[in-house]
Write a protein that binds this ligand. Structure first.
Ligand code: PHE
Length: 540
């Protein structure tokens, strides 16, 4: 019988200065929802659902959420909460050779941060443009030619477009400022204010959308089920991919956020709130987006299925502006829509950059301010050079495809392999969650995760083969090799090289609470980390 853990050690023996903390459970939940709810909910979910069987997509989506989304969310929360560290530190404590998996996650965050900011910057500009409806006459021409000044071929351009660079610099300055204030005063405050505000702005928008003429046609188009898709593996891959991206899984984000929870915290309950809150927001966004598309189809006298540009970048920056221009009160609703994008995007972006910053804090002993400025400045320069030029959109598309479709799948498998296969911590993590939480994950939780890992390996191979053989988006081969495969090479190199650098202090002796004995597990396995540690020799 497992002993009930009694008192939690206050600090962390491995860190002289105490680890930062959320002020409480609500703050953590809001921050985690802030990370999850982002562009993925507003423009990715509705499009994926529509293209993959409409109402029938809800079946693979729900199954993906229950069989992979929630179990992996538990896993990341368990790793972060038990091993109390940024992705590299927590993974190093999970298994002494797994630090690289954490850096792999951090590198993906670094890549994503570079272009996620660009989309937030566009949204910020469009928020401003909404007051004068600058984009009303020719939304597509305005976006691609006037605003982005996109070149016609996929070449690298060194021509910086000031109208994009300026808001981009502003977004980076804001991000650095918030992160420099630390978890409690910066990240937490942004989310505690930003997420309720987002629910209000987007709620008003959804309410308005649903009352537009033609709204029901749009919703019907979204939800009309095509059950024949259920036999198509691509649809299932899309569902699992959507759940991972949307819940920010396998990016090291949830490990990092969970590491700032107090030791005595209910872990699984809040994770469920985050998962279902995020899906509810996706559903609301799906309704709002398709209600609006129904209205657009009606004004053009066509069917919803004849509309073009109803997913991704074009949905937000071409199609929506077209609708806004035709709507009574368009200025107001345009501003609300782009304000929602900025809020949803910023709270996700902060989690991505915090994951990087936390890793450098843990590894080199930097304080939050130095880490935020260092990470933020390097990223800002690269981001402005790469994404505010005339070729930014092509680069964004390519880098996104490789890092999000391939990179994170590998990152997820690496994490599971380290925790369950090599570190053999499945039982320990399960006991940990059961000891601190109200809802117990159950004995079958680690088993389920093993099955997901097999599925992920299949996803990885099939995606890698298709990208290698078919290329992507009609881009030239050299482009895809340099920026697509090059991105994977960069992420892999970070995973291999970063563990060679020294930790600023001995991190291999964490005080685990509840201890393995308290969890009813034999101590010697737990002591492996410390016993194999040879001071002097092993201090990297
Ligand atoms: N979950 C966010 C979204 O849906 C994106 C994101 C991915 C955020 C990875 C953090 C890390 O838009």
């Amino acid at each position: 019988m497992a002993q009930q853990p009694t008192s939690a050690p206050a600090g962390d023996s491995a860190s002289p200065q105490k680890r930062e903390h959320w002020s409480g459970q609500t703050a953590f939940i809001l921050a985690a929802i802030g990370s999850a709810v982002g562009l993925g909910n507003i423009w990715r979910f509705p499009g994926e659902a529509y293209e993959n069987g409409g109402g029938a997509f809800m079946v693979p989506y729900l199954i993906a959420l229950l069989t992979a989304g929630i179990p992996i969310l538990f896993l990341e929360n368990a790793i972060g909460h038990r091993f109390r560290g940024s992705a590299p530190l927590a993974m190093r404590r999970v298994h002494r050779n797994a630090e690289g998996v954490g850096w792999f996650h951090v590198a993906i965050c670094f890549v994503i941060g570079l272009y996620y900011t660009a989309v937030i910057a566009w949204s910020l500009s469009y928020f401003w443009f909404s007051f004068g409806l600058d984009y009303a006459d020719d939304p597509a021409g305005f976006f691609f030619n006037d605003y982005l000044q996109l070149g016609s071929d996929v070449t690298l351009s060194a021509q910086i477009v000031p109208s994009v660079a300026l808001p981009l610099i502003l977004v980076w300055a804001l991000t650095i400022g918030i992160l420099a204030l630390g978890i409690h005063k910066g990240v937490e405050r942004l989310n505690v204010v930003g997420i309720p505000l987002l629910v209000v702005t987007f709620g008003i928008l959804a309410f308005r959308a649903l009352s537009l003429p033609g709204a029901s046609d749009g919703i019907e188009a979204l939800f009309t089920p095509d059950f024949s898709v259920l036999t198509d593996p691509e649809v299932w891959i899309a569902a699992y991919g959507q759940v991972f991206f949307s819940l920010s899984l396998a990016y090291g984000v949830m490990i990092t956020y969970a590491s700032y929870r107090r030791r005595r915290s209910n872990v699984t309950g809040p994770a469920l709130v985050v998962a279902f809150g995020n899906s509810s927001f996706s559903l609301l966004a799906g309704l709002a987006v398709f209600a609006t598309l129904g209205f657009l189809a009606q004004t053009q006298g066509v069917g919803v299925d004849e509309l073009e540009n109803i997913t991704g970048v074009s949905l937000s920056f071409v199609t929506f502006p077209a609708v806004i221009a035709q709507m009574p009160g368009g200025q107001f609703f345009g501003a609300l829509f782009f304000a929602s994008l900025v809020l949803a995007g910023l709270t996700s972006l902060i989690s991505v950059i915090q994951t990087i910053s936390a890793a450098f804090q843990d590894k080199f002993g930097w304080n939050p301010r130095i880490a935020a400025v260092a990470v933020g400045l390097v990223s800002a320069v690269l981001s402005v050079l790469g994404f505010s030029t005339a070729s930014g959109l092509y680069l964004l598309d390519t880098v996104d495809q490789w890092s999000n479709q391939l990179g994170i799948v590998a990152g997820a498998v690496g994490m599971i392999a380290a925790a369950l296969w090599f570190g053999r911590r499945g039982h320990e993590l399960e006991r940990h969650l059961a000891a601190v939480s109200t809802i117990r994950p159950g004995r079958y939780w680690p088993v389920l995760i093993n099955v997901i890992a097999l599925l992920l390996i299949y996803m990885f191979v099939s995606k890698a083969v298709s990208l290698a053989i078919d290329g992507y988006g009609g881009y030239p081969t050299w482009y895809v090799v340099v920026f697509g495969w090059g991105t994977i090479l960069f992420i892999g190199a970070a995973g291999v090289l970063m563990p060679w650098l020294r930790w600023h202090k001995d991190i291999a002796h964490p005080t685990l609470w509840p201890s393995r004995e308290q969890l009813g597990l034999p101590a010697e396995v737990g002591a492996k980390v410390t016993e194999q540690y040879r001071p002097g020799k092993d201090t990297p």
